[in-house]
Design a protein around this ligand. Structure first.
Ligand SMILES: *Cc1c(COP(=O)(O)O)cnc(C)c1O
Length: 396
């Protein structure tokens, strides 16, 4: 039997390669941080990590993780409701709720699981989910796992959302769901408008803050802070795997009855292992740091503004963004790949994206800024972009 499967897979993989969609992995041999080392021996500056606050190798978080090894050991060997809940898990859940100004929080192994497990316990075929067309794969999968009726609107298009809300009017419960920041353009979803529409059409709002939490809003509390609607969104999902230390882990935070029901019925929570204490304790330390100072957010904002201004001055076409994602538009798939390769030769690690990851003719290099970058790193990147940009005729 396997011979047939093997033949089929070899052909499919070949097709993926020929379409130019085969994903290679670069191998890093240092900790994740602004300057990383590759297995080729090359040292490069990393501008493609989700390490927005530069916390992935922060000494305080490494220390907190080591401390937890001594106090709580390595693994939990259980799901939460059997014997996988420690005092640390309860503390972290409380701190996440404090951070977002929500009522309660439930942890997951990943945000992928938080999104995968949020809809099915709450909604049935009587209900409706109205989802942005550019929402993350984990939201799309979560929606698929539940029987609610599905409605979709064009990215961040509030007139289109209103049309879908009208179509969904006869449904019992309605949830509007969106990413807080969309990962390719870095645009913030107009969640304030969604809240208004939700009031008008009697719906709830759910925001996935994976790319926005820690990053947007004056103190990094995410889009609800940025748009001045704290407490007005019923469900927030997020990750510990991006700005918040970058290890692993996800959460859903929001109305307490919703969280209580998820603890009873959410399948990725009930049937998957509890987060290890090292990750949980580092998370606690991280939220303590966030509550003490705003320095990292300020640094990130300063770095993003500096980079975008300098790159625009050189002549690059930069998408306006309020996040730490900076899309350098090239409009040509091959150019995006050539440019990323040449930038790597110059010691700058960035990724070029093209169709189908972004719309046709919208190829770009996505630069992700970090509070962990210093001025020298930023200048080196800008100089490399300028040099390579001139070589390839992108700028004069
Ligand atoms: C990264 C991401 C996720 C998945 O987060 P993990 O914790 O790595 O599973 C979910 N939603 C969005 C919008 C993301 O960007």
């Amino acid at each position: 039997m396997y011979e047939k499967v093997k033949e089929h897979l070899i052909k499919e993989i070949k097709d993926i390669r020929e379409a130019g969609l085969y994903k290679e992995e670069r191998i890093i041999t240092s900790p994740q941080q602004a300057e990383i080392k590759l297995n080729t021996g090359q040292k490069v500056l990393n501008f493609c990590a989700n390490n927005y606050l530069g916390l992935s190798n922060h000494p305080e978080l490494v220390k907190a993780a080591k401390e937890a090894l001594d106090t709580h050991g390595y693994g939990m060997s259980s799901v939460r409701f059997i014997c996988g809940t420690t005092d640390l898990h309860k503390t972290l859940e409380k701190k996440i709720a404090e951070f977002f100004g929500t009522e309660d929080t439930i942890l997951y192994a990943a945000a992928f699981d938080a999104n995968g497990g949020v809809f099915e316990p709450l909604l049935t075929e009587e209900d409706a989910i109205i989802s942005d067309s550019l929402n993350h794969a984990s939201i799309i999968d979560g929606v698929r796992l539940c029987k609610a009726k599905r409605f979709r609107y064009a990215n961040a298009d509030m007139a289109a959302l209103e049309e879908e809300l009208k179509k969904a009017q006869s449904c019992r419960f309605k949830v509007i769901v969106t990413d807080g920041v969309f990962s390719m353009d870095g645009n913030v979803a107009p969640v304030d408008k969604m809240v208004e529409l939700a009031e008008k059409y009697d719906a709830m709002v759910m925001v996935d803050e994976c790319h926005s939490a820690g990053v947007v809003g004056k103190t990094g509390r995410g889009v609800t802070e940025h748009l001045n609607i704290r407490g007005k969104v019923e469900i927030i999902t997020g990750t510990l795997g991006k700005a918040f230390g970058g290890a692993v882990g996800g959460f859903t935070t929001g109305k307490k009855e919703i969280i209580e029901m998820l603890r009873q019925r959410s399948r990725p929570y009930l049937f998957s292992n509890s987060l290890p204490p090292i990750v949980v304790n580092a998370g606690i330390r991280m939220f303590d740091m966030m509550s003490e100072t705003n320095d990292l957010q300020d640094q990130l904002h300063e770095n993003t503004t500096y980079f975008m201004e300098k790159m625009s001055a050189v002549g690059f076409d930069i998408k306006p963004t309020q996040s730490a994602i900076c899309a350098v538009m090239l409009y040509d798939a091959k150019l995006s790949q050539d440019m990323a390769a040449k930038l790597l030769e110059e010691g700058i690690y960035v990724i070029g994206f093209y169709f189908p990851v972004v719309p046709k003719d919208q190829a770009r290099i996505r630069v992700q800024l970090s509070a962990g970058h210093n001025r020298e790193h930023l200048d080196k990147a800008i100089d490399a972009f300028t040099k390579v940009g001139k070589e390839l005729g992108v700028v004069k």
